[in-house]
Design a protein around this ligand. Structure first.
Ligand SMILES: O=C(O)CCC(=O)C(=O)O
Ligand SMILES: [Fe+2]
Length: 274
């Protein structure tokens, strides 16, 4: 049973009567949230299992098949594999998960504030038989100027890497640099080398790595005799940040649905800012 705790926010303004306090039922322990803040990531083992994991795999395979009808999986050097974007518009199972899974949305609200939106929804598949299926050292939101201007606000996205297959030495583990979301240093492009302090993350299928978007990480390619390696990447950001994926179809549907809740409207970029 997942531990919960409750958090209450108010949005500061001169119109408090219009913005009632927001309570978040955080589906994680306070210790997990502290670890996420300090280390820049947490691993939640087997958050998905059984039928739920199976339905995510089926959704991923359907999206992959449609994508492969018109695209080739990349064999690009630093970011290999198939990257299908904005998959929230591609499958109802993905839509339900992104809009309503408490262990994803509530943790985003615990660290970013109550007003969050779906920032990115991606399927990544790496193939054992193809060249260059790994991912080089990188962080997300690469928009930070050096020197950092005094009023610059670093964009933070909370990314969830949902592994649909076991993450092992054979399938290609994820490697992270704990605490690196606080660094202001660069690594060269095309770098796959080992780093002091790196942690190799292996976990069973259905596990989720939740991370700060400035955390440095890389991923190994699957070994030649491994199975294909499927992963969903779901990012949540504060509502005032420009999103990388725009859920056009879902946004239109929610905009014209009188039963849509304010939270659903907020999650697809229709509400939550003034
Ligand atoms: O495949 C992985 O484990 C990580 C992928 C990744 O870091 C990315 O696509 O940004
Ligand atoms: Fe990444």
């Amino acid at each position: 049973m997942q531990s919960h705790y409750s958090l209450s926010y108010r949005i500061r303004s001169n119109r408090v009567h219009l913005d009632p306090p927001r309570t978040v039922d955080v589906h994680a322990t306070p210790e997990e949230i502290t670890e996420l803040v300090e280390q820049g990531y947490i691993v939640r083992n087997q958050l998905f299992s059984g039928e739920q994991l199976q339905s995510l795999r089926e959704a991923a395979d359907e999206i992959e098949a449609r994508y492969l009808a018109t695209h080739k999986p990349g064999e690009g050097k630093g970011f290999g594999g198939l990257f299908a974007r904005n998959i929230i518009d591609e499958h109802p199972v993905i839509e339900t998960l992104l809009l309503s899974h408490p262990a994803l949305v509530s943790v985003a609200r615990a660290v970013l504030g109550p007003q969050v939106q779906v920032h990115a929804s991606v399927l990544r598949v790496a193939y054992p038989g193809l060249q260059n299926q790994g991912v080089e050292w990188h962080f997300h939101q690469r928009v930070v100027p050096d020197p950092e201007p005094p009023f610059f606000l670093r964009p933070v996205v909370l990314d969830n890497l949902i592994y649909l297959d076991d993450l092992t030495d054979d399938s290609g583990p994820l490697v992270v640099l704990p605490g690196s979301h606080k660094f202001n240093e660069d690594l060269p492009s095309g770098d796959f080398s080992d780093k002091p302090g790196q942690v190799v993350v292996k976990c069973p299928a259905g596990s989720v790595v939740t991370s700060h978007s400035s955390l440095w990480h890389k991923a190994f390619a699957p070994k030649p005799d491994a199975i294909k390696r499927r992963l969903l990447i779901f990012g949540y950001s504060p509502v005032w940040l420009k999103t990388i994926d725009v859920p056009t179809k879902l946004r239109q549907r929610i905009a014209s649905d009188p039963r849509a809740t304010e939270e659903q409207r907020e999650l697809v970029g229709l509400a939550g800012f003034y």
